[in-house]
Design a binder for this molecule. Structure first.
Ligand code: NAD
Length: 390
């Protein structure tokens, strides 16, 4: 992205614990930027309304003014939004994603000492899942078994292609395009290079779904080999030419069948770094990878495109903790760290990473983690202050 030194960045406080954690995150991000760059860089935050607060102020959960500001400024830090009956946060999320043309979902998953992981050696977990966000079964092109459309499709399949489906079959379509695959693959390889990651693994079920998932694999390799040749090595080259070791400075590109990928991240997490996946597989593996570190409450994620993105915690609004100054703001602070990385402000992002790791090391944590650690918890604000002091 082309980011000025004093960019305007939007924030949505969100519902439930949202306002508390978002405001702590903004304080921590500001401090990191100041420590890293003095007064030469500064974020100018502008609040925009969505969710419950927008409903109160504008009578609309996703008002026109918010849409205009997002379209214009294109970078948003977002607190969690509650789902009203009928599915609100997904649709606001989808709306923001579409405004930003955010085609890549990015979820870093890194273990921090002190978390209760189900693994024996959780310190080996340090991955980034990059998931295609706009294609695949999630396009929602589907019809109920008893709809006229499904009946027509069944008839077409039978008459034209001699494929007979039972009359009670619902139908969904899985579109995977070359353009969308290559754009997210390009994004993943660039991310790996810029962030000095060790490997990119393409996850797919191409042995069964040849022309969708299999094509995803082919098209992603094509981008790696044509556009990033000088940065990458393939598994075959590593074995044939380099005695099984990735040469320094190179990024290994390989692929795994989706079911094997799940086993691999549990049994050999140290072998996986960036994982590039189509939409549906990517959704599943993101949460599974999150579970490996014991607590998805501390993870941040993003929906990113070529000109902006929306950054948020993985967790929801945790209504039972709202207004009590007890929620853990780590997820949204991690989202802020990721935002700084996409802005190219790496020094500030590294300060945040170090502060979080150090705070958890020193057992300065909020109640959700203090419970396991047997220590007195800090409040949401006090945890933020502890990060700022580190
Ligand atoms: P949740 O993530 O809010 O809560 C799950 C559990 O984790 C609860 O016990 C909660 O108290 C705890 N928890 C979550 N975040 C925490 C934090 N930061 N600190 C301490 N404890 C935390 O999930 P839910 O209960 O299924 O959903 C609540 C609401 O959030 C729903 O309306 C849901 O739709 C919405 N939601 C929004 C988003 C989003 O905006 N991206 C994501 C998920 C859920």
């Amino acid at each position: 992205w082309n980011v000025p030194n004093k960019p305007i960045i939007l924030y949505i406080e969100g519902d439930g614990i949202g306002p508390e954690i978002t405001n702590v995150a903004i304080k921590v991000i500001n401090k990191a930027v100041e420590k890293a760059y003095g007064s030469s860089r500064e974020i100018r935050w502008v609040k925009v309304y969505a969710g419950e607060e927008a409903e109160r102020v504008y009578g609309n959960r996703f008002p026109e003014e918010t849409i205009n500001l997002i379209t214009r400024y294109r970078v948003v830090l977002k607190g969690p939004l509650e789902t009203p009956i009928g599915g609100g946060w997904r649709s606001i999320n989808v709306a923001i994603r579409m405004l930003l043309d955010a085609y890549a979902n990015v979820r870093p998953v890194k273990y921090m000492p002190g978390l209760e992981s189900p693994l024996k050696h959780p310190e080996r977990v340090d991955m980034v899942i990059i998931r295609e966000n706009t294609d695949d079964l999630y396009r929602g092109i589907e019809w109920s078994w008893d709809s006229p459309e499904a009946a027509k499709l069944r008839k077409f399949l039978k008459e034209e292609l001699k494929i007979e489906l039972e009359d009670d079959t619902g139908i969904g379509i899985k579109p995977i395009s070359k353009f969308k695959t290559q754009r997210v693959a390009r994004f993943a390889f660039k991310f790996a290079i810029e962030n000095k990651r060790r490997s990119v693994t393409i996850m797919h079920k191409g042995n069964i779904m040849k022309y969708t998932e299999g094509a995803f694999r082919e098209w992603a390799y094509e981008v790696a080999l044509k556009e990033f040749r000088e940065y990458i090595v393939t598994e075959e080259e590593v074995n044939k030419l380099y005695g099984g070791k990735v040469p320094p400075g190179k990024i290994l590109v390989n692929d795994r069948i989706a079911d094997n990928m799940f086993q691999q991240i549990i049994t050999r997490p140290e072998n996986y770094d960036v994982i590039l996946a189509p939409n549906l597989n990517g959704d599943y593996i993101s949460d599974a990878a999150g579970a490996l570190i014991g607590d998805i409450g501390v993870l941040g994620g993003a929906n990113v495109g070529d000109t902006g993105g929306m950054f948020e915690a993985v967790h929801g609004t945790a209504p039972k903790y709202a207004g009590k100054n007890v929620a853990n703001p780590t997820g949204i602070i991690r989202a802020g760290e990721l935002m700084l990385r996409f802005m190219g402000w790496r020094e500030a992002a590294d300060l945040i990473d170090r502060a979080i790791t150090e705070a958890i090391n020193q057992k300065k944590v909020t109640q959700d983690l203090a419970r396991y650690m047997g220590v007195q918890p800090l409040g949401t604000k006090e945890f933020g202050d502890a990060l700022i002091e580190i």
